[in-house]
Design a protein around this ligand. Structure first.
Ligand code: HEC
Ligand code: HEC
Length: 207
C-alpha cells in the first residue's frame, strides 16, 4: 500500500515537472527568437528589402536552412542592422545562428512555422510578371507549386517573398555559392538575365 502511494506521488511529481519543463521551453523560445525579430520583424516579416519573410515557413525547411547557415554552406551577406534591433545584434545569418544548438533550432523553427507568411506588397512590372509566369509554369511550377506560394518541407515561399532577396538567391545558386536540388539546376540554367528579372517580378506580383 505504502509502496503504491509512493509510486503515485512520484508520478504526480513527474507530471508537475513535465508541466514546468514545458512552460520553461516556451519562455525560452521567445528569448531565442528575440534576436531574429530585430532583423526579420515580428512574426517573421520585416520591411527591409534584403531580409526574407520567414513566418509560416515549414519547420522542416527552416531547420535545414538554419543548419546550412551554421555550417556556412549558404552565403551570409552582411546587412545593415535595422533601427530598433536589439543592441549588439549580429550582422549576418551565420553570426545569428552560430551559438544555437540543434534543440534551439528545432524550437525556433517550430515557433515560426506557427506564424502566418506575410506577402510583401512590392512594385512590379505587369508585363515582366506575365512573362515570368510563363517561365515559372514551364520550369519551376513542378517543385514550387502555385507560383511558389506553398511553404513546403523542401523550400521557402517564393510568391510575395522579397524580390531583392529572391534575385540574390538565384545569383547564389547559379554562381554555385548556395547548394541546390540537382533537378533545379538545369531549369535555372535555362533562364537568361532577362528571364531571371521576369520571374522575380512574377513572384513579386503576388499580393
Ligand atoms: C542581422 C540581421 C538578421 C538576423 C539577426 C537574423 N537574420 Fe535571418 N536572414 C537575414 C538575411 C539578410 C537573410 C538572407 C540571407 C541570404 O542571402 O541568404 C536571412 C535569411 C534567413 C532565412 C532563410 C530564408 C529562406 O527563404 O531560405 C531564415 C530561415 C532565417 N533568416 C531565420 C532567422 C532566424 C531564425 C534568426 C534568429 C535566430 C535570424 N534569421 C536572425 C538577416 C537576419
Ligand atoms: C526539382 C525541384 C525544383 C525545381 C524544378 C526548381 N526548384 Fe527552386 N528550389 C527547390 C528546392 C528543393 C529548394 C530549396 C533549396 C535548399 O535546400 O535550400 C529551392 C529553392 C529555391 C529558391 C530559394 C528560396 C528561398 O527561400 O531561399 C529560389 C529563389 C528558387 N528555388 C527558384 C526556382 C526557380 C526560379 C525555378 C525554375 C527556373 C526553380 N526554383 C525550380 C527545388 C526546385
Amino acid at each position: 500500500m505504502m509502496k503504491n502511494y509512493t509510486g503515485y506521488a512520484l508520478l504526480a511529481a513527474g507530471a508537475l515537472f513535465g508541466i514546468s519543463v514545458a512552460t520553461g521551453a516556451s519562455a525560452d523560445v521567445n528569448k531565442l527568437t528575440e534576436s531574429c525579430t530585430g532583423c526579420h520583424g515580428k512574426g517573421g516579416s520585416s520591411t527591409e528589402a534584403a531580409i526574407p519573410n520567414i513566418g509560416g515557413y515549414s519547420a522542416e525547411y527552416m531547420k535545414g536552412a538554419l543548419k546550412l547557415y551554421k555550417t556556412k554552406e549558404r552565403p551570409c551577406p552582411e546587412v545593415k542592422i535595422p533601427a530598433g534591433a536589439k543592441k549588439g545584434s549580429k550582422s549576418d545569418m551565420c553570426q545569428a545562428v552560430k551559438d544555437l544548438s540543434d534543440a534551439d533550432i528545432k524550437q525556433i523553427a517550430e515557433s515560426y512555422a506557427e506564424q502566418k507568411f506575410v506577402r510583401t506588397p512590392q512594385k512590379f512590372d505587369p508585363a515582366l510578371a506575365k512573362k515570368g509566369k510563363g517561365l515559372h509554369d514551364k520550369l519551376c511550377e513542378k517543385c514550387h507549386s502555385e507560383g511558389g506560394s506553398e511553404a513546403s518541407d523542401d523550400s521557402g515561399v517564393l510568391a510575395g517573398q522579397k524580390m531583392a532577396y529572391l534575385e540574390e538567391q538565384i545569383k547564389f545558386f547559379t554562381e554555385g555559392k548556395r547548394p541546390m536540388a540537382k533537378k533545379m539546376k538545369p531549369k535555372l540554367e535555362e533562364l537568361d538575365k532577362a528571364g531571371v528579372e521576369a520571374i522575380v517580378h512574377y513572384y513579386g506580383s503576388f499580393k
